[in-house]
Design a protein around this ligand. Structure first.
Ligand SMILES: *[C@@H]1O[C@H](CO)[C@@H](O)[C@H](O)[C@H]1NC(C)=O
Ligand SMILES: [Zn+2]
Length: 229
């Protein structure tokens, strides 16, 4: 091999190994292009922007939230697909491992900055693609809490998101559980990453004690006490 092509070959190999974190295919299809929400999507958000934030969020989830820096730690996914669809009942739904359906009806109802709200939604939905759920044994409330934690961590907690100390139970789900996870993560840096890692093949509530040294109920009491509730 001539020196010049050898250098090019080496550079290529390096750039391939370093870009592994983004070696994903992001597909976005607007199946509601003629509906009001689908028209707003095209005008105010668009397919290029969606693909761009999918890459950013994917990297954020792996590097910051789950701290999975090697493919062997990560969930095996090579693509993520988004469908803008006319359906009612939910803002979005994650399904079949790596697909997200976004409701054009909800998109049409967004007030204010559409792009910001869409991005916030994607921090949550994309977490579902990459998180472990103890092979189905983890409570759904915790799974949703972790997805909302990603949003919170990224600075995309929407208006009305629970304040620290709010809620009645650690497993109340969504933003309530996310705030509790935030509390644990501040005491034990990387807690959410460690918890997710333990949830790869199973779930047991004692994972909290393993990581925090105290049972979850005691942690919850201390959390409530800290915020005077
Ligand atoms: C999502 O939308 C696609 C395309 O319309 C459809 O085939 C699929 O069944 C939908 N998934 C869910 C869970 O609704
Ligand atoms: Zn969810």
């Amino acid at each position: 091999m001539a020196p010049k092509s050898f250098i090019i070959f080496t550079l290529l190999t390096f750039s391939l190994s370093f870009s592994q974190i983004s070696a994903m295919n992001y597909n976005v299809i607007n199946l509601a292009a003629n509906k009001p929400g689908g028209i707003r999507f095209t005008k105010e958000i668009g397919i290029p922007y969606t693909k761009q934030i999918m890459g950013t969020i994917n990297d954020f989830i792996w590097s910051t939230v789950f701290q999975q820096n090697t493919p062997s730690d990560q969930k095996l996914v090579d693509s993520a697909n988004v469908y803008i669809v006319e359906f009612d009942g939910a803002e979005a739904i994650e399904w079949g491992n790596n697909n997200i359906n976004v409701s054009s009806i909800y998109l049409n109802g967004y007030q204010g900055d559409q792009k910001w709200q869409f991005t916030s939604l994607f921090y949550h939905e994309m977490t579902h693609i990459f998180q472990w759920d103890g092979e189905g044994h983890a409570p759904l409330s915790l799974v949703e809490g972790i997805a909302d934690y990603t949003k919170l961590r990224a600075g995309y907690a929407q208006q009305g998101f629970a304040k620290p100390g709010q809620g009645d139970r650690w497993d109340q789900g969504y933003d309530f559980t996310a705030r509790f996870l935030e509390y644990c993560d501040r005491i034990n840096s990387g807690f959410v990453a460690k918890l997710n890692k333990k949830m790869r093949f199973d779930f047991d509530v004692k994972y909290f004690k393993d990581l925090m040294g105290k049972p979850v109920d005691q942690l919850w009491k201390e959390y409530k006490a800290k915020y005077g509730q």
